[in-house]
Write a protein that binds this ligand. Sequence first.
Ligand code: SAM
Ligand code: SF4
Length: 506
Amino acid sequence: MNDTDFACPRTGSDPSRIIKRDQIARYLPASGGDFIDDEAIRRGLADNARPDKQRIRDILQKSLAIQTLAPDETAALLAVDDPDLLAEMMDTAAKVKRFVYDNRIVTFAPMYISSYCINRCKYCGFSLDNKKERRRCLAMPEITREAEAMVRRGHKRCMAVFGEHPLTGARFISDSLAAIYEAKVPGRRPGAVNNIRRVNVNAAPMSVEDLKIVHEAGIGTFQVFQETYDHVAYRALHPANTVKGDYGWRLTCFHRAFDAGIDDVGLGVLFGIQPDWKFEVAALVAHARELERFSGIGPHTFSVPRMHAASGSAMTTAENPFSDDDFVKAVTVLRLSVPYTGLIVTARESKALRDRCLACGITQMDAGTRIDIGGYSADEAGTAGQDIDAQQFMLGDSRSLEQMVTDLARQGVITSFCTAGYRCGRTGGCIMDALKTGKEGTFCKINAVLTFREWLDDFASPESAAACEPVLEKELAEIAEQFPKFFPQVKARYDRICAGERDLYF
Ligand code: SAM
Ligand code: SF4
């Protein structure tokens, strides 16, 4: 499909035919309202606006013990302005990240599959109101070709992204996952085959029945961003007669996901669409706490996208300023507030800002990113470039995967292509304890080394490989020192990878 003339097909966009009221109500108090209490969050921020140093240091001890912070504690951290205390917070955030996830950044790339959308979000280029957007929805063979193009660059993890539209419902999403997993590309060594090993999904909220379909297709993380938790701002940005206009349908989507068997979920807000960013951080933590209460399983990731200029949108980044310094503080407070949750900073942001975030505990970054539909294939054909009317917004970091991996290695950080967790059943409740006790960090460290070895042998240029080898050797030496009894098993798999075997992990 490739259509410049967008028309909504017959199944329509009537929210009452898509939203299942009983699948909202069952997760909310019968007395009304929901678990995001705007007034309570604002009161908490005001009541904790002047924390003393000792209180902040006590809170940092709790983060170091990998405990989720109470709302007042998150509010107190958000109030810190003293540069020395902020530096202590960032230092602690880095320690927490190291304990839970070790010294690695997991990398992935998004695949934008369809820009058709029935919603009218005021900040998004895919809004139905944007008549300039050149819309496209990939057909299954195109999805496989797009996945092949990603694999040829060295990607192992993909985030499949969809607008909300009857054309791209649960069945379509599930078929898309199959089309991505189907892509197989010959590797450098004779007989070697490369592929995408994990597909996460960023799509609209769905019913329990639809989520079961997507679950069966082998979804990794199910990501839905609330955009803003502020009920009033939400209403202003998402018109009431649209599906997305229903705050409760979106807010309860992870409760439905858990009930559908998906135990790996990613939360997020879109910073810069309303002025009070501290409210959004506090609300994200409140949402995480609610998921812990509901199912015992907190979010796998927080995403912190920031609004960037979009085609057809009158919103500008100057409207609700959210500076780089605030961004770093938001990331730091999230890392400290829910210490076991991964943190994603995407290529929306510049290399300089992403580098700053590395120092306060992020765990995942996309690389070599294309957000135009069919962008990876177009890149191979030499026809790609950023075009605001053919994508959702403009990117800030256009480094290739190889450039990013090499830059990270020069900063002493190892890139991980690990996809072991969900394939070994280490998700949901199983992974919560492992994360909190630092056990998962050991797996992260070892699997980072194994998958990085593979990547260097299969994809790196001689110059990049030379720049990356020292970090690999350092990590391997640390494994030998920290886990002397286990090391021979790790080394045996490492040697098998050096000899050409692939996809070995713990
Ligand atoms: N349509 C689905 C939805 O809205 O949930 C998911 C896909 S949407 C393409 C993914 C995310 O992009 C949204 O949740 C939003 O946070 C983000 N986004 C939308 N407009 C943006 C903009 N102008 N700049 C940066 N991110 C944006
Ligand atoms: Fe559609 Fe999602 Fe964009 Fe809103 S943010 S217009 S729902 S693609």
